[in-house]
Design a protein around this ligand. Structure first.
Ligand code: BTN
Length: 231
């Protein structure tokens, strides 16, 4: 169960780093929340600016996972966030692998990190969701928050309760994967891969993308590409 152990911090460099630095003493399923982060991180070494008022959290899963199965954490966490947003009457979409988009702007991001060599021993799932931020400065055409979309302030504690229920109730199975595909905005979109224009034809359950270029289909791993051209 995720969230049996909950650790609430005022300020931390990054909730993902907090878990990494304390991994031996934290329980499987431990959920760490911070009011703000000084060195919040996103995918591709981007920083995740983390002022007061939004949600910054990470949870730890201990296990013995094949690398091939790690993508299921992307699908389940994305769908759990989308179900939580639905409680606010917001309809979220997924920009592969796990940016959550509302009204064409990013509202949440997920950073999944693993520890282990042949088998994965630890998975750290970091989630940043814009709850109460009103001003996104030079990102205002690309980012939004729940309070910007629906007005009013979001109560962070109640939001966490709904999110945790969503995470615990969203299982890694075919239904969740087809929900993930249904919400995905990248299929049939054009991207540049290795300097060539390709079309994204399919997302596979292991997170590989099937691309098509000059009638040839080939697979790429989700770590190999950035879809910054889409939105
Ligand atoms: C992305 O969209 O690039 C992923 C952003 C993930 C941000 C969250 S905030 C909580 C956790 N701690 C971090 O340093 N990053 C993740």
């Amino acid at each position: 169960m995720i969230g049996k152990q909950i650790i609430c911090l005022d300020t931390v460099s990054s909730t993902n780093d907090y878990i990494k630095n304390n991994i031996d003493t934290l329980e499987d399923g431990c959920f760490v929340i911070a009011q703000q982060q000084t060195c919040g991180r996103g995918r591709h070494n981007n920083s995740w600016v983390s002022p007061l008022g939004n949600l910054y959290c990470s949870y730890l899963v201990k296990g013995n996972y094949d690398r091939e199965n790690i993508f299921e954490f992307h699908t389940t966490t994305s769908i759990a966030i989308i179900k939580t947003l639905e409680r606010f009457s917001l309809s979220g979409l997924i920009k592969f692998p796990n940016d959550i988009i509302v009204n064409s702007k990013k509202i949440a991001g997920i950073l999944i990190e693993t520890i282990g060599y042949e088998k994965i021993d630890y998975v750290i799932i970091g989630i940043g969701i814009n709850l109460n931020q009103r001003d996104f400065f030079d990102l205002s055409s690309k980012a939004t928050s729940i309070s910007k979309e629906v007005g009013g302030d979001v109560n962070i504690e109640s939001f966490i309760d709904v999110l945790l229920a969503g995470i615990n109730n969203t299982k890694a199975n075919e239904t969740t994967f087809s929900e993930y595909l249904n919400k995905s905005i990248v299929i049939n979109r054009k991207i540049t891969y290795n300097g060539n224009e390709s079309i994204i034809k399919q997302i596979k359950p292991n997170g590989k993308l099937v691309l098509e270029n000059s009638n040839i289909l080939f697979e790429v791993n989700y770590n190999e590409i950035s879809l910054s051209e889409i939105y």
